[in-house]
Design a protein around this ligand. Structure first.
Ligand code: SF4
Length: 309
C-alpha cells in the first residue's frame, strides 16, 4: 500500500519489488498481498475511476549483496551487471531505464499508510530526536528468542536484547549491528545505546538496518575481521580500486597473520582503512573500516599478538 501511495504522488505507473530469490517466503507473502490489492480493485488501469494506472512487478533477484545499493539494483533490474553507478545523475533524475526513479527500502514505504492516515506530526511523535517512527530489528539464532521485532526508535538496546531477545544462549563478547558494514558493539557498551541513529553514531557505531549478529565469546576476533574483508572482496562490484583491491589485500594480511608468524604493520592497516573509507565509490568499501576499527579499538589486547608493536 505504501508503494501505491508513493506512485500516486509521483505519477509512477509501475512499482518494482526487488526481493532476493533466496527468500521464497518473502516472495510468496508479497505476491499474496499484491493479489489482495488486485482483488480490491486497487491495481491496473484507471483504478477506481481515478485515471491513475498502477501495477507491480516482482523481481526474484539473484543474490548479490551489492544489489542493495540503489544504482547497482537498478542495473540488475535492467539485466546488466550490478555495478554501482557514479552519481550524479541520481536515480530520481535518471534511474531505471533512464527514467526518474524513486528507490526506497520497503521498511520506509511501509510507513506511508500510517503517515497518510494519522498525519506526519503524529508519526514524528514516535521515536527520539531525528530518528522518528519505528525500527525493525532482527536477532540471530544466538538469542534465546530470535526473530524480527518492531520497536519505537529510542528504545534502550538492553530492552531489545534482554527483554525481547531474552538474552544469549551462550556467552557473547560483541554484537555486529547494522549489517556486515555496521559497527561491532562490545557487550559492555549495550547499556550506553538506544535504538536510534544518533545514539549509535555518537558512540562510534552504526544502526544501519539494525540486524544483530552475535560474536560468541570463544570466536577469535582476528578471524571475524578477516571474514569481513573476505566478504567485501567477494561482494565487491569491482568498479573502484580501493574496494576491489583493498579488500583482498586486507584479507591477505589478516590471513597471513592468523596462520603464520607474520605481524601486521599498524600504519599499513590504518592507511588501508583510510583509503577504503575515503576512496570507495559506495558504502561497501567505504563501510568496511567501521567494524574493523571497532574491533581494533575494543579488542586491542586480543588482536595485539597479530600486529607489530
Ligand atoms: S566500493 Fe566496492 S562495491 Fe562500491 S562501487 Fe567500489 S568496488 Fe563497487
Amino acid at each position: 500500500m505504501g508503494m501505491l501511495i508513493a506512485a500516486y504522488i509521483t505519477g509512477a505507473e509501475w512499482g518494482v519489488l526487488y526481493i532476493r530469490a533466496e527468500y521464497p517466503v518473502s516472495i510468496s507473502t508479497i505476491s499474496n498481498s499484491i493479489a489482495e490489492l488486485r482483488a480490491l480493485g486497487l491495481l491496473g488501469k484507471n483504478i477506481k475511476g481515478s485515471g491513475f494506472d498502477f501495477d507491480f512487478k516482482v523481481i526474484k533477484a539473484q543474490g548479490a549483496y551489492i544489489c542493495g545499493e540503489e544504482t547497482a539494483l537498478l542495473s540488475s533490474i535492467e539485466g546488466q551487471r550490478p555495478e554501482v553507478r557514479v552519481r550524479p545523475p541520481f536515480p530520481t533524475q535518471q534511474g531505471l531505464f533512464n527514467k526518474p526513479t524513486v528507490v526506497n527500502n520497503v521498511e520506509t514505504l511501509a510507513c506511508l499508510p500510517y503517515i497518510i492516515d494519522r498525519g506526519g506530526q503524529n508519526f514524528a511523535g514516535i521515536g527520539k530526536g531525528k530518528s522518528t517512527g519505528t525500527k525493525l530489528i532482527s536477532l540471530d539464532s544466538f538469542f534465546n528468542k530470535p526473530g524480527i521485532y518492531e520497536v519505537e526508535m529510542g528504545t534502550p538496546l538492553s530492552e531489545v536484547i534482554y527483554n525481547l531477545g531474552q538474552g544469549f544462549r551462550a556467552p557473547v563478547k560483541a554484537l555486529h549491528i547494522g549489517g556486515p558494514l555496521g559497527g561491532l558493539v562490545p557487550v559492555h557498551k549495550i547499556s550506553d545505546l538506544t535504538v536510534d541513529f544518533e545514539s549509535f553514531a555518537s558512540n562510534g557505531f552504526l544502526l544501519g538496518h539494525a540486524s544483530m549478529v552475535c560474536l560468541p565469546h570463544d570466536f577469535p576476533v582476528i578471524l571475524y575481521i578477516q571474514h569481513l574483508f573476505k566478504f567485501t572482496a567477494h561482494e565487491s562490484c569491482g568498479k573502484c580500486f580501493p574496494c576491489r583491491i583493498g579488500s583482498t589485500r586486507g584479507f591477505e594480511m589478516l590471513q597471513k597473520a592468523s596462520t603464520t608468524d607474520y605481524k601486521i604493520d599498524r600504519s599499513l592497516m590504518a592507511d588501508l582503512l583510510d583509503t577504503l573509507e575515503m576512496g570507495s565509490l559506495c558504502a561497501l568499501g567505504g563501510g568496511l573500516p567501521l567494524p574493523v576499527r571497532n574491533a581494533l579499538h575494543y579488542f586491542s589486547d586480543e588482536l595485539a599478538p597479530f600486529f607489530k608493536n
